[in-house]
Write a protein that binds this ligand. Structure first.
Ligand SMILES: C[S@@+](CC[C@H](N)C(=O)[O-])C[C@H]1O[C@@H](n2cnc3c(N)ncnc32)[C@H](O)[C@@H]1O
Length: 202
């Protein structure tokens, strides 16, 4: 495989406490919002460049917290419109999605341009990406050096929010190849920026 001009990138972040249902208080994203601020920064790093959006990139938020079943929210850079890069604006989009009932697992339903949602968790995301021909990696400071990332034109990366992967995560996606971006644990959105840099450099 060669690094293609049309390299597609996908990121998946696991929001352990991010509520899947209910009202999201935009004034308290780190607290009652279950660290949705972390997820908004991940979206920012994944999709936004200085003057525009990376059309080759998607990011899936996994809302694993609260009282409801898990929800996945997909932001698709090729179709996204009308979203500003600031945290509050992005969180507002998430809040709007949460007003809708969670669709069945695996069935992505569009909420607005470039934003859709589905039931399911990381295991479903991994299965869908593998089905779509994506090479998938788990970002982990104790993984293999990033030079081990294989070349390909469909690349997927899983990362966690501020918490370590738990046993449930490990049982779902723990078998993926692990890639380290250095020994120091970084914030998730910084990892996404570094991965973009690595892929952009090829
Ligand atoms: C804020 S870190 C979580 C730190 C947490 N102490 C842990 O053990 O996972 C968020 C996520 O970014 C990714 N990450 C952070 N530093 C990394 C590194 N040096 N190499 C690869 N991935 C990293 C991992 O997926 C991590 O779960």
């Amino acid at each position: 495989l060669e690094w293609g001009d049309d390299l597609q990138r996908r990121f998946a972040i696991i929001g352990h406490r991010a509520p899947s249902v209910g009202n999201l208080n935009l004034n308290d994203l780190p607290g009652s919002g279950g660290r949705v601020d972390v997820l908004t920064r991940a979206i920012n790093s994944a999709l936004f460049v200085s003057h525009g959006i990376r059309e080759d990139t998607q990011i899936v938020l996994h809302m694993m917290g609260g009282n409801g079943p898990p929800r996945r929210i997909l932001f698709d850079g090729s179709r996204l419109g009308g979203v500003r890069p600031d945290e509050r604006s992005i969180a507002g989009q998430i809040k709007s999605v949460m007003k809708n009932e969670i669709p069945p697992i695996g069935n992505y339903v569009q909420c607005s341009r470039g934003i859709s949602h589905s039931g399911g968790g990381p295991e479903q995301t991994m299965a869908e990406w593998l089905r779509d021909g994506f090479k998938c990696y788990l970002l982990d400071a104790s993984g293999f050096p990033s030079s081990n990332i294989e070349s390909g034109d469909k690349m997927g990366f899983f990362l966690s929010d501020d918490l370590p992967m738990n046993d449930n995560d490990k049982s779902q996606i723990g078998g993926l190849d692990r890639v380290s971006l250095g020994e120091m644990w970084l914030q998730g959105h910084s990892c996404i920026a570094i991965v973009h840099h690595i892929l952009d450099s090829h």
